[in-house]
Design a protein around this ligand. Sequence first.
Ligand code: PMP
Length: 425
Amino acid sequence: MSGTTQILDLNRYDPATGGGSALLQARQRHAGASSVLFYADPIEMVRGEGVWLTAADGRRYLDVYNNVPSVGHCHPKVVEAIARQAAQLSTHTRYLTQVVEAYAEKLMATFPAPLSNLVMTCSGTEANDLALRIAAANSGGRGVIVTRAAYHGNSAAVNEISPSAWKSRGPAPHVKLVPEPRDAGFLAAVEAACAELREVGLSCMIVDSIFSSDGIFAEAPGFAAAVAAVRAAGGLFIADEVQPGFGRTGAGMWGFARHGVVPDVVTMGKPMGNGYPMAGMVTRPELLARFCEETGYFNTFGGNPVAAAAGLAVLEVIAEEGLIENARDVGQFFREGLADMAARTPAMGEVRGAGLFIGLDFIDPDTGAPNAPKASRTINALKDKGILIGAAGLYGHTLKIRPPLPFSRENAETFLKALGEILTN
Ligand code: PMP
């Protein structure tokens, strides 16, 4: 997309640089053109613990970026659960096992009543792929509405609805893009997209309920009305909870609940197993049944006993350690600190977010225009100060602040101090 940023290009190592360590050369040789590494000078990581990562040179980094190790890197309870179950039974998913149903029971208790069926998968992509198929089977249409800098995954079908991953291509005829929700324009754009998709048949709208790759739009004005408009036009609503799910927003387990909507389909992944690859799709029984009348579905690894053990431990840690409350409290403290700094710093624009998911825009002080180079320089300067962070947004000018959930006020203060030093120099 011209003038906009491809999400995988943000803060990326440039392979044309050449040279580097033997490990870097091996990576480039093996992965070829598909290799995507963070930082101009990539980091070799050797250990993780809580909100900290340690590199091969012994340097410790404060992790303000990673949401997969959501309950903390290498959380002992999750590690122990995985090891214990792997040593006892690790098989495909066509036998009965206690741990899998114990997990499903506990997970499903976090959803509103109509959403009572769960299909477990291995990746968020697979969950979204299945969600699209369920929407198509039930709506009879194929048309999909997505936000213009969305990312939902990497299969052929899901890449069609992931504009932030497109390079030399545009949307297929069955996909309509709408802007991120800043104001009433969102509802109007969704209504227009519904009308444009009438011919191919509207299937669904799918959104990340905190609009992460769009630049983090936690408030999303007009969102609930847009969901109603999609339903009135015969489409389903899919909430992609891969980013906001599992307590990150500090307001319950799921991002959609903040908007007062109950989706037809919910997908989840990343933090679900705290690093063990697992994901899932939740929906109403009648929607799943309709799809299964048409096509059989089987997933060899999705929701295997080891995944279930990992997932169960994650849910227990979230409750035992009060991580949702921590996300709410530290997130608010963090946002206030950033807003305070933004008021004194012309290069800092809006601060948006919920819980421990915060977007901070960098702008040109004179024109207010997005300033992606400033975001990129800040990311690299923070790395030099031992802090890991990333970028997001249509123009790549938004700092994506998304640490593991045990992040403390002290950790937030460390970040604020470092950012202040960088921006005043
Ligand atoms: N949905 C969202 C919102 C995501 O951010 C991602 C991954 N970045 C995915 C889906 C795809 O998940 P996975 O990489 O596990 O396939």
